[in-house]
Design a protein around this ligand. Sequence first.
Ligand SMILES: Cc1ncc(COP(=O)(O)O)c(C=O)c1O
Length: 475
Amino acid sequence: MSPSTAQKAPEQPSHNVSTPLVLLTSKYLTGPLTRLSRYYYLRPPYATTNTYIHPQSRTLGRSGHSLTRLRHSATNLSSTNGCTTTPKRLIPATICPVEVTNEVLHALAQPPVSHVSPAFAKTFQECIHMVRQVICTTTGQPFIIAGSGTLGWDQVAANLVEPGEAVLVLHTGYFGDGFKDCLVTYGAQVDLVKAPLGGRVPIAEVEAALKRRKYKAITITHVDTSTGVLSDAQGIAKIVKRVSPETLIILDGVCSVASEEIRMDAWGLDVVLTASQKGLGAPPGLSILIASQRALDIYKSRKTPVTSYYASWNKWLPIMKAYDQGLPAYFGTPPVNLITAFNASLKQITATGSLDERWRLHAQVSRRIKAVAEQLGMKQLAKEEGGRANGMTAVFLPEGIKAADVLGRLGTKGVVMAGGLVAEIKDRYIRIGHMGTSVVDDARRGDIEVFASALKEAMAEAKAERELANAATNV
Ligand SMILES: Cc1ncc(COP(=O)(O)O)c(C=O)c1O
């Protein structure tokens, strides 16, 4: 920004953020941030001058890129009432929650409306319809419930599996263990087929397991967030249909919906479960599950009672059917603001009418990030070329560099990435999220270049420190 357009601030609002760098009125920002304060500041790494921008200055313009930078920075604020402090805002290159758009933030910041108002019923109805579009189903029944992705596991275990029934869990990382534990909690007999670290479960092993025992359901973690392994959901579904057609096919799509190709009807999936905070581009807090009509028939013909109260489809199915028709209904107050924000995100996701372009962009950005990481000497955890997620990347760090050495440095560059989740190697690798608006709006926002540059710099610094340490040891 040009110093010539800057001038000294006539006064500063009370706050406890050190050295504001740029001050401008909220009219340059859209959405909820305008409610935080009339004033916003740019701080590193988004600004480098110790100046105040006059409210009328046109330097920053209204382009998405500038506004994005402003928005990232504006959340560094403390509130002016002296009571609360908003921590410094970093761009999330984490796997969750991912960055959300201004439209989503704006929707989130509206005054809460009644969950039985006609306006909210319409918002919910639209969500249900758009969720069907996103996972390519016309007949699936969405359940949108307050909770996190984990609640989807509970819904499956409580409604579709009766105590004592067998379930085959395909394990490609940490989240396979979680799904297994959840099923066991509700009384299922679980067999685990475990892939080697970074690998996928071979289709032949799935086939052999299905031939050995009759399973009520099989679970697939589409992308295991701990490893970045992308399972071949379509291929597995095909083999299940051939070898054990009555087995329900459950896809954990928490880390894949809206960033990886999923075609629920065409692939014959019975459940796709996910959450709001990843590819779907909304804040955390919604469990989103879509059940096929076949799954609903199985649930309705259970011999034993559903084994949960809050997760029971006895409670939720009538509610979802009502909202599907645009009619309000009540069981457990829905998180109206989150659903309104989810609606805003879904409208952006479905705006073009085709998800192919979204999937293509995720694949393209994924290749770019993976190439940068490899150039920096980082090996991918996911071994097979076709078995790597498009919405995230898990990479081993070069010998002698620990995750904490890199993650801390990334933070100083305004970017946050995630550490490891697989216990035995957790310090040896990092995880980079590239999902949602940072990907599909990259041309305007430039987040991906920020991620790549921050990673290059952090790695260069970490390597330099390692060299120094090595030199000191060799003296
Ligand atoms: C693949 C997968 N399944 C399930 C979950 C659990 O979701 P949540 O943390 O929203 O409960 C996660 C969380 O990251 C996940 O990545």
